[in-house]
Ligand binder design. Structure first.
Ligand code: SF4
Length: 82
């Protein structure tokens, strides 16, 4: 596994691209993530830190938010059942 900061494919790109909600920008960011050697580590951080916004690890913010909501619902169901 590479070094997240040294090897990040987004390192030399405008960070705004990764936080834009414009479809074309999101797609461009996803293409960059697709070439990134540290994508898995980046994705794990975004999930662990509950990053709600931006493309991280090849996953757009809106998709991660959906995953977080699903996880929260599952956790609440488990708490009710306990
Ligand atoms: S996966 Fe995407 S956002 Fe994460 S470091 Fe690589 S290029 Fe940047």
């Amino acid at each position: 596994m590479g070094d997240l900061y040294r090897d990040a494919a987004c390192r030399d790109h405008d960070v705004e691209l990764f936080y834009s909600e414009e479809r074309e920008d999101v797609l461009a960011a996803l293409r960059i993530c697709g070439t990134c050697p540290v994508r898995d580590a980046c994705r794990e951080i975004a999930m662990a830190e509950r990053e709600f916004f931006g493309v991280w690890g090849g996953i757009p913010g809106h998709y991660r938010r959906r995953l977080f909501r699903r996880e929260d619902r599952r956790r609440r169901r488990e708490q009710r059942a306990a």
